[in-house]
Design a protein around this ligand. Structure first.
Ligand code: FES
Length: 110
């Protein structure tokens, strides 16, 4: 994964279909696979300045706050959820599954 070096960013795969991205003081849960052809977003380019992630396969780019696709082959939006500031970060697959059920009802968490 390449990152914008201006701001601290982190990206962790916390379940088979769930990423936790921490950037610019925000925490975002998102699906791990690109909606285009299932590119692994954990290997994508994360831009901490624009708060966007770009898929490594065909370069679809998504806004991390809305999930809306802003570039690349048409494929729809990325499922994203902005965690509340006071919410604990999920640290295990079991916690991630609970989050996924609560906030990403369509995510394929274990
Ligand atoms: S798989 Fe992500 S843009 Fe094609």
């Amino acid at each position: 994964m390449t990152q914008d070096t201006g701001r601290p960013v982190s990206l962790r795969q916390i379940a088979p279909d769930l990423l936790l991205i921490e950037v610019a003081g925000r925490r975002v849960l998102t699906q791990a696979e690109c909606p285009h052809r299932k590119g692994r977003l954990r290997y994508g380019y994360l831009n901490g300045r624009t708060l966007r992630i770009t898929c490594p396969l065909h370069h679809s780019t998504f806004d991390l706050l809305t999930g809306q696709q802003v570039a690349g082959p048409p494929c729809g939006s990325l499922r994203v959820t902005l965690l509340p500031e006071d919410a604990a970060s999920p640290r295990s697959a079991a916690e991630a599954a609970a989050y996924a059920e609560a906030v990403l009802p369509e995510a394929g968490a274990p």
